[in-house]
Design a protein around this ligand. Structure first.
Ligand code: ADP
Ligand code: MG
Length: 561
């Protein structure tokens, strides 16, 4: 037996579900109504450009009004309006949107995207309202104004309206428990959160509440450095300014716009929680982007706007989504490109920014194979090599009090000149002296003597002293199996040692060698009787004097330090 047909829906059963559970958050009703109003204004522009409307478009605006006595909140636009037929078609039929039809008909007539899509947004107003009214007049010639009302049951009323102005007013009579939306402060806050960058002024008592301009939708070459900085200040007030940003702007194979900034990394910044704001057609969606941004880029800040990120699916499904994965790849590639461009074109600025971006870059190299390949040649290290003509210039770094991320020793308060190098340059420069061997220091203060010793012997030392470097050194050892990485205080170069064993001094009182005495001293001081301490006699400038000794810490102390 075969039977085919259409599944029917009982409105009276489904309606309460739409009202209660359409969205988890009641407050987004305002976002939905404003989106519709913005679309209505945009649509009027489109029909006007198509020559189908020759009347005055006027100054686009959305007016919000609160009437505490009547317990109503209303939203008026001077957009396209609706005829009685359109109200029946698009409002009375749930989940029926005019967006697609409209876009097809007026393709190319729009500089702004139409936000609507699913034909559900309007009904979110029933989450907060016991009664919803529409008063509307279409732009179409000969159209008469209509008034639609619905008290939350599936029954509606449609009648003539005395309205004379083109556009639409939606009036919500709020439910008892939703009276908070009669407070101007609450409405302002909602507009600021969701509608700040929507391209039409939204007014409450004639005060414009939203910023309107969305810099991420501007062509990158039309924005100045100050524009980017101003936008950052706007998004994250009272924060230190970022040094680098990336403007994302693509239409294919997905639509993505955005501006991402590398912030100054501070110890109190929680880098596991994303701070990037997600938008869809300039409407704020969420400030949790963990599923879309590659993990290592989570500490970045800024905005991402894409219509291709499915907003109505679960977060775990989002991670599996192919487009979302491609967007993530695209973002990390763009970030890599931007860093390489800066390294190539403005090395000084790159070095200046390295204090903050270095951690991202290393974290990225550790976590993302593709990103690692892209940026491995622009990972730089501070070095003791001060030779003129070093491949990488040095830069003035201002030390700041209490700023533990600074690459400057705590004693130094003045600007310090710090040369930087890449690993490749280091290996090349030191090929003659120590091929495939890298000397590094993990703590500029406690290892200062060791660094000095190497420097005096003409050995170049790299500083790997940021908190991520412990992992990064292990990573480098894996990446460069031929290279030996020697920490300055645990693995001395042969040329530094006094090979003449006769130089070992014996203490006449205890009859112990200096090495033995030092070992005991350390074992006692650290309360580790089995600790294996090595002492080496070093070459001395004075052949007659006592050769200096160097204490070498065992390998595992590298991990506990
Ligand atoms: P969507 O916005 O996804 O299309 P909605 O449920 O929000 O769905 O709205 C349904 C339809 O109602 C819209 O497509 C539009 O045709 C019409 N509409 C809603 N609000 C307005 C308005 N302020 N002005 C003109 N038309 C509107
Ligand atoms: Mg809508």
């Amino acid at each position: 037996m075969l039977e085919q047909g259409t599944i029917s829906i009982h409105t009276e059963n489904i309606f309460p579900i739409i009202k209660k559970s359409l969205y988890s958050d009641h407050e987004i009703f305002l976002r939905e109504l404003v989106s519709n109003a913005v679309d209505a204004i945009q649509k009027l522009k489109m029909v006007s450009r198509a020559g189908e409307y020759t009347g005055d478009v006027g100054e686009p605006e959305i007016q919000i009004a609160i009437d505490k006595d009547q317990k109503t909140l209303s939203l008026s636009d001077n957009g396209i309006g609706m005829t009685a037929e359109e109200v029946k078609k698009y409002i009375n039929q749930v989940a029926f949107s005019s967006a697609e039809e409209f876009i097809q008909k007026y393709q190319g007539k729009s500089d702004q995207p139409i936000i609507g899509h699913f034909g559900l947004g309007f009904y979110s107003s029933f989450m907060v309202a016991q009664k919803v009214e529409i008063d509307t007049l279409s732009y179409k010639q000969g159209a008469t104004a209509v008034h639609w009302s619905c008290d939350g049951s599936p029954e509606f009323r449609l009648e003539d309206s005395p309205r004379t102005q083109r556009g639409t007013t939606i009036t919500l009579t709020l439910q008892e428990e939703e009276q908070e939306y009669l407070e101007p402060a609450r409405i302002k806050q909602l507009v600021k959160t969701y509608c700040d960058f929507m391209p039409v002024p939204i007014k409450l008592d004639d005060e414009v509440l939203n910023r309107q301009k969305a810099p991420w939708r501007e062509p990158p070459n039309s924005l100045t450095k100050e524009d980017y900085l101003e936008f950052y200040r706007y998004l994250y007030p009272f924060q230190e300014e970022p040094l680098i940003w990336v403007h994302l702007n693509t239409d294919y194979p997905f639509i993505l716009n955005g501006i991402l900034y590398f912030p100054k990394l501070k110890p109190d910044v929680d880098v596991t929680q994303g701070q990037i704001k997600l938008f869809c057609n300039q409407v704020f969606v969420s400030d949790r982007c963990e599923e879309i941004i590659p993990k290592f880029l989570l500490p970045m800040r800024g905005v991402i706007d894409s219509t291709d990120i499915p907003l109505n699916v679960s977060r775990s499904a989002l991670q599996m989504d192919r487009t979302v994965r491609r967007i993530a790849d695209y973002i990390s590639r763009k970030v890599g490109d931007r860093l390489k461009e800066l390294y190539r074109d403005n090395k000084e600025e790159y070095i200046q920014a390295w204090q903050d971006i270095g951690t991202f870059v290393k974290f990225g190299a550790l976590n993302d194979e593709k990103f690692k390949k892209q940026i491995e040649d622009i990972i730089i290290y501070r070095t003791t090599n001060e030779a003129k003509g070093s491949d990488t210039p040095s830069v003035e770094v201002q030390s700041q009090e209490g700023d533990v991320w600074q690459d400057v020793t705590p004693q130094e308060s003045e600007a310090t000149t710090l040369p930087y190098t890449t690993l490749k340059e280091y290996l090349e420069r030191n090929k003659q002296r120590h091929e495939n061997r890298v000397y590094y220091c993990t703590d500029q203060v406690t290892q200062a003597t060791y660094v000095e010793l190497h420097k005096n012997q003409g050995l170049e030392v790299l500083f790997m002293d940021s908190f991520i470097d412990t992992h990064f050194i292990t990573f480098l050892e894996r990446e460069y199996p031929d290279v030996k990485f020697s920490r300055v205080d645990s693995d001395l170069d042969e040329t530094l040692l006094d090979q003449d064993k006769a130089a070992e001094i014996v203490d006449p009182k205890t009859n112990k060698t200096r090495s033995e005495l030092i070992k005991e001293l350390f074992q006692q001081a650290l309360n580790k009787p089995k600790l294996n301490i090595r002492t080496e006699a070093l070459k001395s400038d004075d052949p007659q004097g006592t050769p200096p000794a160097m204490v070498l810490l065992p390998e595992f102390m590298r991990r506990i330090q």
